[in-house]
Every structure is written in structure tokens, then in C-alpha cells.
Design a protein around this ligand. Structure first.
Ligand code: FES
Ligand code: MG
Length: 612
């Protein structure tokens, strides 16, 4: 009382927190703070409120992102998008703990509504996140994400900004039901679509199923990329352990949001920064969980991008590390697409705390978390009462009775993938294909595939290897999830449900099959062996030996690559990459390969130093 607003010498001397951060805009720190207060007071804030740690809340609402929705229109179950409630609960948690919550938007990216692909925009979202965290006077930030690309984008940007951050996901959808069978986005989107293509279900059924696949807001309800990334974030210590699995439309989700607000104030006060929280051990824990849940292959690209943002860890964990961890880690969580259940079942079986207890011998319990406690300390606070193994809702297996013994996600190499390739071995439908050799049927891009895949004249049988080129990061910006090449209609009609399929693209985390992805270098790169494979070449995959090769001599490969370079067309992605405007130009000239995370080279820790 009695202290004038103009007593700024004292105001500024209280330290560089809250509104006092980065008061350089006008070359006069006192005037900068004075002006800031003018404008923030215009929004009705008092001096008391403004004296507290400021917790930013990133609101990624978009009407084009039902996984993050806030529309006030209820669905048939009476639910509405949960983002407004989450924000309100985070604010409550912040205010109960003595902070001031300030909400701000960044872009939002949904899987189905982002053209050409959501992955094309992930790095843009990460730049938006990083720059807004840097630019604004926040002491810590709650990052509300959920849909596949949003949580990795936020963590990439948050690590680079290196202010205290904590993740909050919107949570998974509930499953729906059709004729007594549960269905959920989006493994069942694919299964049912394949059944429809094969003529096994009719138009009425597929239309009815369409109504039920996404019965509530939230993220896809199986172990797709969104759920995988949520589990990894919990294992990395970047969110409360229970935060990964609670349904979007549950009270538990709202309570997690409140708790998150409290942690964010603590992180602000103690200056708990992501580059300090995240260590090599944290990432080993994250990758162990990725393998134990049979997570999405996309998560491998994201985790490499996240790791390569971290100056102390970049380069020390590679795809080989992911494979090595996989050899020691059994698949324990029985969820679609590797198993049978939905995220709500996983949550009801104990969620991440239960899984972490089950894989405890494989974890580094001394790893720190954003709460300030270690992972081991957090786990010790959770009661672990395993659901009986024969109980119908149990979907977390013990270490000694896994769903799949080890190596759910594997890394392949060989003359067809000198920079490696990735496969979700646990999602193979026809295990005989895990060691298989067959003649290539090559599609030069997705348009070529769309044109010919269902042609009765296509020279293909069930032992053929379907090869799709030009769906890598550069070849088809954003590496579309076209890697799950459809079974040619004539074979599907004969009952063929799986074939060995290989590409430089991605596959949805909700998809399954014997599918090799992320082949590097991608075919758009002139030196890529994938780019010179032709119809009839013998392609071999041996999952146990971790081999992906084409039966061609080294000389033949060199010869074909040299010939290809001479004839590289003007219109090719590689040639055109330096000639494009705007974000497309930035993307094309800067994106790195899948094994590095498909990030922009100038954003990685190995890129230019920050601020230069
Ligand atoms: Fe958003 Fe699946 S589409 S999580
Ligand atoms: Mg997905």
C-alpha cells in the first residue's frame, strides 16, 4: 500500500520473472514494464495478480481438430469438446497454488484435416510453440495437445525454448459399438474399410460403423500415435503418470488438468526446465514404454526429433538404441492394433502407473520428472494392484507372460535401407512374412498406386512385395501415412489380408500388417537405393536378422543410381526443392530424413546455435 505504480526501480529489482521478463522492447526497461502493465490492466488484472508466477496455457483449440475441440455442440452422448473444461481446471490448479494463469493459442494440427499431411505442419507448430513460449513473459507453460502431431510438436518447441513446461493431453475417446461389437478410431476404421473393399460388409453397415468409430471427442481410442505419445510423455516425466490414459470425457481428465496447473506453478517457482529434466535415462524409459505398449511407428520419428532438439542428448540415441531396447522389452499392453482392447480398458487396468510397475526392472527410476520428484518416487506413491490376469478387462500383462516376447518395433538395415528402416513386427498379421523374399511390384508414387492397385491386370500374387516410392519427407512433403499399401482388390477378394509392403513413408499408428516404413534415404534423394528398385527385383526382409535388402549387386545399384542422376527430371521433388516459396520452400530445403526425426536441420541441437 502506498507504493506507486511508478516505483519501478523496486519493481524491476524483484527479478526477471512474470511480467518483468525480457523488458528490452523500448530500450528502457522501466517504460517497457509500465506499458506492459497498461495493457494487461486493460484486461482487468490487479497488481496482486501480476506479482505472481505466470503460467501460460497453450490452447490448441480448432474446429478442424475434434481431438482438441471446444465446440459447444454436444454429441449424442451429451459430451462436448473438453478443452474449455481443461483450461478452466488448469487455471484452478494454478490459482490454488499461487500462480497467475494466462491462456494463449498456437496453431493446431489434426490428422485428417491438414493438407498435404499433418506431418508437413508438425515443424511449423513446433516453431510456433517455441517462439510464443520465448516471446511471452511466462514462467512456465502448460501445453495442451493430444492429436498425433501436436504433442511432439509442443515438446520439440518446448525443449528448444527451455522454459519450464508440462504437457497435458486432451485424452482418448470412448469406444463405440456396432451390432454388439466395440469399435474405435482408427484401427477399426481401417479393418472395416478393408472388409468393405473386400465385399464382406455392405454399404449400410459401413455407414452405420462410420457413425460409431468416433463416438466422443478426444484422441483416437487405440494405441495410435496420440496414445503412444501420451504414454511416452508420462514415461519421460513430462506429465502426471495418470495423465496419459484418462478418457477425454471423464472427471479424472479434469482432475488431472487441475493437478497439472499446480505442477506448473511448482515448475515455475523451482525453474524446472525440460533440458534439465530430460536425460538419456528419461529417453531410455520413454523408449522402453514405446516398446512395451507396442506403440506407433510414428512415435519413432517424433522421439528422434525430440531427442535431436536436446543439446546434451542429440546424437547419443539413434534408431539402433530403439532396436536394442526393444530386444529387452516385451510387449505387455494388449491394445489395438497389436492386440484387442481400447485406451479406456488400459486406463481401467491401471494405466501408466500399472504399466510402469510391470516394467520396473527395465526402467531408470532415478530419472527426474517435471514434478521435481524422480520417476521412482512418483511410482512409489501409486498403489499397484494388478488386475487378475484372467479378468476380462485386464490388458496389462506381467513381464513373464507377454503378448509378444520382445522387439515390438524393430529397425532394419541393408542395401535397400543404408540409413535404416522401421517395422512394427508385433502388428504383422501374417507372421510368415516376417521372413520373406518376393518379387517387387513397384509404384512410383501414390497417384501411380491409386491408378493401378485395383486393376485386374496388375501382375501380383500374395508373395509379391509391394513397393511404394516417393512418400518420404521430401518426396511427398510430410511423409504421408500411405505406407499401409492396400491389398490389391483381386487378392483381397481371394482372402489375402497381409503382404510384405515397403516404403519411405509412414503408417498410421492405428494400422497393422507386415509393413516396412521410413526407409532412408527416401526415394526422392538421388542416391537412394529405394529409388532404383524396379518391378521384378527380388526384395528380402528378415525381421529376426534385421535385414532389408534387394537382390542386386553393388555394381548394379551404383549403375542404376548414376543413370537416375543423369535423368533426374526438372519436375522432381529433389530438383524443385530450392525453388519454392514460403513455408513449402522452407520445408523442402530444410527437412532432414526420418531417422533424424524429419525435423528442420536449422532447428536441431546440431544446427545453428540458438540466438545466432
Ligand atoms: Fe487426432 Fe487420431 S485423429 S488422435
Ligand atoms: Mg494417427
Amino acid at each position: 500500500p502506498g507504493q506507486s505504480d511508478y516505483d519501478l526501480a523496486n519493481d524491476i529489482s524483484t527479478g526477471q520473472t512474470g511480467l518483468r521478463q525480457d523488458l528490452t522492447s523500448y530500450g528502457d526497461a522501466h517504460f517497457s514494464l509500465f506499458l506492459r502493465k497498461v495493457f494487461i490492466k486493460a484486461a482487468g488484472y490487479s497488481e496482486d495478480a501480476l506479482s505472481r508466477p505466470i503460467v501460460g496455457i497453450i490452447n490448441t483449440y480448432s474446429s478442424f481438430n475434434p481431438c482438441h475441440d471446444r465446440d459447444l455442440v454436444s454429441d449424442k452422448h451429451g459430451f462436448q469438446g473438453n478443452v474449455p473444461q481443461l483450461i478452466e481446471a488448469v487455471k484452478r490448479g494454478v490459482h490454488l497454488n499461487g500462480g497467475l494463469a494466462m491462456e494463449f493459442p498456437t496453431i493446431s494440427v489434426h490428422e485428417s484435416f491438414a493438407s498435404p499431411t499433418s506431418m508437413y505442419l508438425r515443424n511449423l507448430m513446433s516453431m510456433d510453440t517455441e517462439e510464443m513460449i520465448n516471446a511471452q513473459p511466462v514462467d512456465s507453460v502448460v501445453m495442451i495437445g493430444g492429436c498425433d502431431k501436436t504433442t511432439p510438436a509442443q515438446l520439440m518447441g518446448g525443449i528448444s525454448a527451455n522454459k519450464p513446461i508440462i504437457s497435458l493431453v486432451t485424452g482418448p475417446m470412448m469406444p463405440g459399438s456396432h451390432k454388439g461389437t466395440r469399435v474405435g478410431a482408427c484401427t477399426d476404421c481401417r479393418n472395416n474399410w478393408a472388409a468393405f473393399r473386400a465385399g464382406k460388409i455392405d454399404i449400410e453397415d459401413i455407414s452405420a460403423i462410420n457413425e460409431e468409430l468416433g463416438p466422443t471427442v478426444g484422441t483416437c481410442g487405440v494405441m495410435g500415435t496420440a496414445s503412444t505419445m501420451a504414454c511416452i510423455l508420462a514415461a519421460l516425466g513430462m506429465m502426471p503418470l495418470k495423465g496419459a490414459t484418462a478418457a477425454a470425457v471423464s472427471a479424472a481428465r479434469i482432475r488431472i488438468a487441475e493437478e497439472t496447473g499446480g505442477h506448473a506453478v511448482n515448475a515455475a517457482t523451482k525453474k524446472i526446465k525440460p533440458q534439465d529434466v530430460l536425460t538419456r535415462e528419461s529417453f531410455i524409459n520413454g523408449i522402453t514404454v514405446l516398446q512395451a505398449i507396442g506403440g506407433s511407428t510414428n512415435a519413432i520419428v517424433h522421439i528422434m526429433a525430440i531427442i535431436n532438439r536436446h543439446p546434451a542428448i542429440a546424437g547419443s540415441i539413434t534408431l539402433d538404441t530403439i532396436d536394442e531396447i526393444g530386444r529387452k522389452t516385451p510387449l505387455l499392453v494388449d491394445l489395438k492394433p497389436s492386440g484387442d482392447n481400447y485406451m479406456t480398458d488400459f486406463h481401467n487396468a491401471g494405466g501408466m502407473p500399472a504399466l510402469l510397475h510391470a516394467v520396473k526392472p527395465l526402467l531408470h527410476l532415478e530419472a527426474r520428472t517435471v514434478t521435481g520428484q524422480t520417476l521412482g518416487e512418483l511410482l512409489a506413491q501409486t498403489k499397484y494392484v494388478p488386475v487378475p490376469q484372467d479378468h476380462p478387462t485386464n490388458c496389462i500383462r506381467p513381464l513373464d507372460n507377454p503378448l509378444y516376447p520382445a522387439s515390438s518395433l524393430i529397425v532394419l538395415s541393408g542395401n535397400l535401407a543404408p540409413g535404416k528402416a522401421v517395422m512394427k513386427a508385433s502388428a504383422s498379421k501374417d507372421r510368415r512374412l516376417l521372413k520373406h523374399k518376393g518379387a517387387a511390384v513397384v509404384f512410383s508414387n501414390t497417384a501411380d498406386m491409386a491408378l493401378r492397385i485395383d486393376s485386374p491386370d496388375l501382375q501380383v500374387d500374395e508373395d509379391s512385395v509391394l513397393v511404394l516410392q516417393s512418400i518420404g519427407p521430401i518426396g511427398n512433403p510430410g511423409m504421408p501415412e500411405a505406407g499401409m499399401i492396400p491389398i490389391p482388390r483381386k487378392l483381397a477378394a481371394q482372402g489375402v489380408t497381409d503382404m510384405l509392403r515397403i516404403s519411405d513413408g509412414r503408417m498410421s499408428g492405428t494400422a497393422g500388417g507386415t509393413i516396412v516404413l521410413h526407409i532412408s534415404p527416401e526415394s526422392a534423394v538421388p542416391d537412394s537405393p529405394l529409388g532404383i528398385v524396379r518391378d521384378g527385383d527380388i526384395v528380402e526382409c528378415d525381421a529376426d536378422a534385421r535385414v532389408l535388402k534387394v537382390h542386386l549387386s553393388d555394381e548394379e545399384i551404383v549403375k542404376r543410381i548414376a543413370r537416375r542422376k543423369e535423368t533426374l527430371e526438372d519436375g522432381s521433388a529433389w530438383v524443385a526443392r530450392g525453388q519454392m516459396r514460403g513455408y513449402r520452400g522452407l520445408y523442402m530445403s530444410s527437412v532432414n530424413q526420418a531417422e533424424q526425426g524429419a525435423d528442420f536441420d536449422f532447428l536441431t541441437a546440431a544446427g545453428p546455435a540458438s540466438g545466432t
